[in-house]
Design a protein around this ligand. Structure first.
Ligand code: CS2
Ligand code: MN
Length: 356
């Protein structure tokens, strides 16, 4: 495996490439052109400039998170082919720059959903949290204002204000879309992009929905072993793969994370590893990566990845806000660096234990 960190680009991230380079064992970044809109073609010059900037800092671009999917594609609107053509052009441009991993999601309207961005934990750190009763009590149009006050001035991925301004329109687009229609639209999209992925050896890695159940009545499909296997089989191509995200699949305790990893052997192109703590089945908060701080067995997760022969990139996912850092919620330097060091430690121990 290769340890990486997510980096949003110098205009948006409080964390610098120099800082990332100094985290032991981190050799690359997972990045994006954060100011491109879904559906827009990524221009070669901008991809090249990003690559040069990362390489000048002694790192490399290991993958893109995310090239977002336009809602016309997700809803199967009459103009979807135009947006798929643009997506294909973006993939070509990435492939020509030797970038071979793209993380994306197929979630309607919102990317991840949380009800708090700065819940205070017993150690005084602040973390993202989810409470079902809070979701049930709020109108979807108000959730953005509920959480944006704690965003520390950053633009939250998937929650861009321009997008939230159109939220009524977005909900209307999905009115007729159920899980089956969403699966069908995903299949159509994947079938169209697989040839270009084959040509440039680009691994597509779908991120699970977060949380893995329907919020605000919207359809949700990338939620369980059964559904993700269906998704793999419906377009059975090695480039049609997954981002295994422990924190997202793990929002449902019924998802056995090591078992899921084993079931996806060969198709996990990217892994997000983080821990959650359940206070009740309907309330969870993000914790330090350490197993004992949350509800997951991080050793078992890393061991399953090791055992399936995982060679792709891993990144710590959300971190807590600690040591008075001000950054994008979930994406500060300190706790993610601790997470990377811890995950590297687990991996080394598993690897050396295996030699005996
Ligand atoms: C990420 C997702 O911050 C996160 O929870 O793991 O937002 C992820 O980047 C997207 O869903 C992938 O498109
Ligand atoms: Mn994730």
């Amino acid at each position: 495996m290769e340890m990486t960190l997510r980096w949003y680009g110098h205009d948006f991230d409080t964390v610098t490439l120099k800082q990332i380079r100094q985290i032991p064992g981190v050799t690359g970044v997972i990045t994006t052109l954060y100011d491109t809109a879904p559906g827009e073609v990524w221009q070669p010059a901008r991809i090249r400039a990003l690559k040069e900037e990362v390489e000048a800092a002694g790192l490399r671009i290991v993958g893109i998170e995310s090239v977002n999917i336009h809602d016309a594609i997700k809803t199967g609107a009459s103009d979807r082919d135009r947006y798929i053509d643009n997506y294909i052009e973006t993939l070509e441009n990435l492939g020509k720059e030797d970038i071979h991993l793209v993380c994306y999601n197929f979630m309607p309207v919102f990317d991840w959903t949380r009800t708090e961005l700065a819940r205070i934990r017993p150690d005084g750190s602040t973390v993202l949290a989810y409470n079902q009763a809070a979701v049930d009590a709020i109108d979807p149009e108000d959730i953005f204002s509920l959480i944006s006050k704690d965003s520390n001035g950053s633009v939250l991925p998937g929650w861009e204000p321009s997008r939230m301004a159109k939220i009524k329109e977005l909900f209307a687009m999905y009115r007729e879309i159920d899980d089956e229609a969403l699966f069908e639209n995903l299949r159509y999209f994947l079938e169209r992009i697989m040839p270009v992925c084959g040509r440039y050896d680009i691994n597509m890695a779908i991120h699970p929905d977060d949380p893995v159940w329907s919020v605000f009545g919207l359809p949700r499909i990338i939620i369980s072993k059964k559904n993700i296997l269906r998704m793999m089989q419906m377009v059975d191509d090695p480039h049609n793969g997954v981002t295994f995200c422990s924190g997202s699949y793990g929002t449902n305790p019924q998802n056995d994370l090591p078992d899921l990893i084993r079931a996806l052997k060969g198709r996990i192109h990217f892994a997000h590893v983080r821990n959650l703590k359940f206070n009740t089945p309907a309330d969870f908060e993000e914790t330090a990566h350490l197993s004992s701080d949350g509800s997951f067995d991080m050793y078992a997760i890393m061991k399953a990845l090791y055992e399936i022969g995982f060679t792709g990139p891993i990144r710590p996912d959300h971190g807590r806000m600690i040591w008075d850092e001000t950054a994008m919620p979930g994406y500060g330097l300190y706790d993610r660096a601790l997470g990377a060091a811890y995950l590297n430690g687990l991996w080394e121990a598993i690897e050396k234990g295996d030699d005996k």
